[in-house]
Design a protein around this ligand. Structure first.
Ligand code: ZN
Length: 301
């Protein structure tokens, strides 16, 4: 079994927790006090995570959402869909890592060194607009993979991949990934289909940002984050929501307050809880259901 040290990808590797056990993370690289570190043991056989250390508060004004409670056992759906022998081969060529929220896994136009299959983590795909602004174009959790341009033979990423929710993932270096892709028709077919889903969602996001209201886009974003985080509770500031949706903070404040009045969310000082999933789905634009349908239809084949 790999040790926690081996499973960690950055130094200092840690998960940043608040005393109330919800995670609060900085938009760039989180600064961590040593006492805020948590030691994790990763059990390969069980694919479960157990916390071995205590945690204290780390605060930042600019935070990313992460669930207060995370499902302990989550598998990557693309990996799980492979025939058993090919799944075993893929995992044998990968290593389990713990991704740290706030870390950047790849930058636009930089050479990709690793691909990632998230299990308990989720990663935001961002496209830079200028020196200061960037827009989220996708959120990848255990349904997907980061580093998809390699499937097309392109060695650089068009987007920035920022860890939004820290947690477990399978990491594979590029050479091993290429070998695996060449050796498994099922892997090539599955990832090709996933790439189609991702391209569809990029196209849809472009239309969504132009034609749909902030309130319905916020509802969609909360539902997608809930799906990726496997939790209905997270900590997220208006500022982060404004970044993610590419709108002004005032717009987010109005939209959040409208959703609160519908009693579909509770939102207090950045602590957000989804109270009524059906109600939130009704408040979201059609893009949410459409993206889910596309994934189910294309990946099920
Ligand atoms: Zn939309």
């Amino acid at each position: 079994m790999p040790t926690a040290d081996k499973a960690e990808i950055h130094e200092p590797a840690a998960l940043y927790l608040r005393t109330r056990a919800d995670v609060r993370l900085s938009f760039g690289r989180a600064q961590t006090a040593p006492e805020a570190r948590v030691n994790w043991a990763y059990d390969l056989q069980e694919q479960t995570l157990s916390r071995a250390g205590g945690a204290t508060a780390v605060t930042s004004d600019d935070t990313l959402p992460v669930p207060k409670s995370r499902r302990a056992t989550v598998e990557n759906l693309l990996v799980a869909a492979l025939p058993a022998a090919e799944r075993r081969a893929l995992l044998a060529a990968s290593e389990p890592v713990r991704l740290v929220a706030g870390d950047t896994l790849m930058q636009p136009h930089d050479r990709i060194e690793h691909v990632f299959f998230p299990t308990g983590s989720f990663i935001s795909l961002l496209t830079p607009i200028d020196q200061r602004a960037q827009l989220e174009v996708g959120l990848v959790g255990n349904e997907g993979m980061v580093g998809v341009s390699l499937i097309l033979g392109v060695e650089t990423s068009p987007v920035r991949a920022l860890v939004m929710g820290g947690g477990s993932a399978w990491r594979m270096d590029v050479a091993k990934f290429r070998t695996a892709l060449g050796a498994s028709a099922a892997l090539e077919r599955g990832l090709g289909r996933y790439l189609y889903v991702l391209v569809s969602s990029f196209a849809q996001s472009a239309a969504c940002g132009r034609f749909h209201q902030v309130e319905e886009r916020l509802a969609r974003w909360l539902l997608v984050t809930r799906d990726r985080a496997h939790s209905s509770q997270f900590h997220v500031t208006h500022e982060i929501l404004a970044h993610m949706l590419g709108v002004r903070r005032e717009g987010v404040t109005q939209a959040a307050s409208a959703l609160r009045q519908r009693n579909v969310i509770r939102y207090n000082r950045g602590d957000l809880e989804i109270l009524d999933v059906r109600g939130l789905e009704a408040a979201a634009c059609a893009c949410y259901a459409s993206a889910k349908d596309t994934y189910a239809r294309v990946l099920a084949r």
